[in-house]
Design a protein around this ligand. Structure first.
Ligand SMILES: CC(C)(COP(=O)(O)OP(=O)(O)OC[C@H]1O[C@@H](n2cnc3c(N)ncnc32)[C@H](O)[C@@H]1OP(=O)(O)O)[C@@H](O)C(=O)NCCC(=O)NCCS
Length: 368
């Protein structure tokens, strides 16, 4: 008789146990950016809803933001970091192809020494991709605790003279610790991509173009750009259909949704989607874009953290979360909000230097 294969020990359900977040230390109002793009505070507020955005200082790197958000979520959950067996980081602003950011951050926060750790590059949909993966891993028995982080320092990719995207973007990181649950806490993920529109949100050129440019060719550091109107049209026509599918897949109706947490790309898109979906009049809608800006993969967890921390939403409510952007990629799922949320955090260069010095002292003591 041939031997029977044994599969991993599955868990019945998964849920988000806690969220945490970190924003860049500087509050940058529209008036600070309008000069080089011939714009105005009034235009930016009317077309996007953004009043100011958060940006990190040069001494704060994207991995510092990721670490801060990850620690915050894990501490709020009260789970020993050594029990985390997977760390997934959604990012488009990690500046080196290898190694990834996730193994570095997993090590820094004290995740299991054998934790699987990898980065996801799915633009502004990456965090929701990560939550879908965490749910599948936990329910199949591949993992017990998965830390999903969205971390971006998009200001490194901003050209102050670019009118298409640079005035929108901000810096920050948000995180969720996902673990086993007795009740369903994460609905089916509706996800996908449409690479036929991959040019709609992209870079001015690649790092290879930059490297291979001849000395007399003037080529700048690659920066982000987008075809704003076509992305806008795609977002308002196609994305509500995906969000509606996520509600249906979770066995719910639009009126069952208590909290709507879409990617913070543009307040007009957020409001248009809520209307198209037929959500209740009293649904709580995330509006973190107004003073954080668009933080790509970090925007959904940061908006969640903010709603819970400020008491606009609370644990046990049913939330529709939804990421969409570069790729073009998208992912939506209905989740139960967690009770636990980390404290409000900003990260300064002095904080990062002090943490590095403390880590160095601990390493020296261990070596003695
Ligand atoms: C980027 C975005 C805010 C631009 O707003 P818009 O209303 O589409 O603006 P348009 O590009 O159609 O331009 C409208 C007018 O404003 C002008 N304009 C464009 N950018 C401008 C800026 N930054 N400041 C001032 N004026 C601007 C244009 O020149 C145009 O002027 P005209 O009417 O005299 O020709 C909007 O398209 C958007 O939010 N798109 C979706 C972004 C998104 O969801 N991305 C996915 C995730 S990152």
């Amino acid at each position: 008789m041939s031997p029977t294969l044994r599969s991993a020990e599955p868990s019945t359900f998964s849920r988000i146990l806690a969220v945490g977040g970190v924003r860049g230390e500087y509050v940058v109002p529209n008036d600070d950016l309008v000069g080089p793009i011939d714009s105005s505070d009034e235009w930016i507020q009317r077309r996007t809803g953004i009043v100011s955005r958060r940006r990190a200082s040069q001494g704060v790197l994207v991995q510092d933001l990721a670490e801060g958000a990850g620690r915050s979520a894990v501490e709020a959950a009260g789970v020993d970091p050594a029990l985390i067996d997977v760390v997934i980081i959604s990012t488009v602003s990690w500046m080196q192809p290898t190694p990834g950011m996730a193994p570095i951050v997993a090590n820094r926060i004290g995740a299991s020494p054998s934790a699987a750790a990898y980065d996801v590059n799915a633009g502004c949909a990456g965090y929701c991709y990560g939550i879908g993966q965490a749910d599948g891993m936990i329910r199949s028995g591949l993992a017990k605790y998965v830390l999903v982080i969205g971390a971006e320092k998009l200001s490194d990719y901003a050209d102050p003279t670019d009118r298409s995207i640079s005035f929108i973007i901000g810096d920050g990181a948000g995180a969720a610790l996902v673990g086993p649950s007795d009740v369903p806490g994460i609905g089916p993920t509706i996800w996908g991509s449409d690479g036929s529109h991959s040019d709609a949100i992209t870079m001015t050129h690649t790092w290879l173009d930059y490297k291979n440019a001849s000395p007399d060719e003037k080529i700048d550091w690659p920066t982000a750009r987008q075809e704003g109107p076509s992305v806008y049209r795609w977002a308002v026509t196609e994305m509500p259909k995906m969000a509606a599918r996520a509600i249906e897949a979770a066995g719910l109706r639009p009126e069952d949704i208590d909290v709507f947490i879409p990617h913070q790309a543009n307040l007009r898109i957020v409001d248009g989607m809520a209307q198209k979906l037929g959500l209740r009049d009293d649904v709580v809608i995330a509006t973190d874009i107004v003073d954080t800006g668009n933080t790509s993969g970090a925007s959904v967890p940061l908006a969640t953290e903010r709603l819970l921390r400020e008491g606009r939403a609370h644990g046990g409510q049913i939330a529709l979360q939804f990421g969409f952007g570069a790729g073009l990629a998208y992912a939506a799922q209905v989740v139960l909000l967690p009770d636990a949320v980390g404290a409000e955090q900003t990260l300064t260069a002095a904080d990062v230097a002090a943490a590095a010095a403390a880590a160095g002292a601990t390493t020296d003591e261990a070596a003695e």
